[in-house]
Design a protein around this ligand. Sequence first.
Ligand SMILES: C[S@@+](CC[C@H](N)C(=O)[O-])C[C@H]1O[C@@H](n2cnc3c(N)ncnc32)[C@H](O)[C@@H]1O
Length: 298
Amino acid sequence: MSKSSNFTLPNSTMRIVDKLLHVEKSLQSYGITESHIEASLLAATALGESRADLYANLYDEIPEKALLALDGFVERRLQREPLAYILQNREFYGLQLGVRHGVFIPRPETELLVDLAIQRIQNRPAQPTPAVVEVGTGCGAISIAIASNVSGVSLYATDISNVALSLAKTNADTHDVGEFVHLVKSDLLTCFIGTIDILIANLPYLESSRIPTLAPEIFLHEPIEALDGGLDGCRLINQLLSQASNLLASDATILLEMDPEQFTVIVEHAKTIWPTAEFTRHYDLSQTDRILEICLNS
Ligand SMILES: C[S@@+](CC[C@H](N)C(=O)[O-])C[C@H]1O[C@@H](n2cnc3c(N)ncnc32)[C@H](O)[C@@H]1O
């Protein structure tokens, strides 16, 4: 037996760079496409430092504790747990938001909904302050992004999930908008009375039959009640519109995220409630029409 074959490096002497390459290869071999960036995010989190620091210290030894933490993260990721749940964090509209199991992970395409909501709020007279309601807030992403970018705006954000509402509260407080984002447990708008000027929702809109075909990160790990929109995906959105008919101001604006294939069904339903409303489709960065805007004052 050669001398070298008897010699193994104890884990504690492994360099960050070597471990990083090893993690990247493991992720790659499991078909995780963004393996390089994911490996560095997992390693930086295990080390409790930024990615910039990680790259600045690549040739340092990785401490035993960080190594164990990183191995645990990698094992979870190889089970296709979403990266955001492992990191307990997701960037949305330039904000770092806490995320956790049981709560939907905000998606980049929803940032268009925020852009539009901010524009519509700013286009209204400042006084009286518009009544803005977001239904199905999840971790609070949309409402917190709006409140962080429009001074003085006050929003009601609802969800049926206690876990989501509690996380949204933490996120709102972390971003210093807790006093502007009022969290309410409500099945759609059932808890509301009064008049709403701007109604925003990214409700579950996937057809039930599509759910088992989704990526395992979504299908196995994200909450079904945040995904399942019923047989045609439109169940909750259409229910929301029916409920809203008695609550909206005559010049209200509704902004809804949905699947492009659902526009026809939802517009048809909305026309039965507001025959003279104006309907606009908005396209996201990948040129997919994701947002339906309904203006009642036309
Ligand atoms: C697709 S997620 C969107 C979460 C968040 N708005 C976002 O964009 O990241 C849908 C959310 O709607 C909530 N939800 C589902 N059914 C609801 C209902 N009947 N009333 C209120 N919220 C509901 C879910 O709990 C989930 O948080």
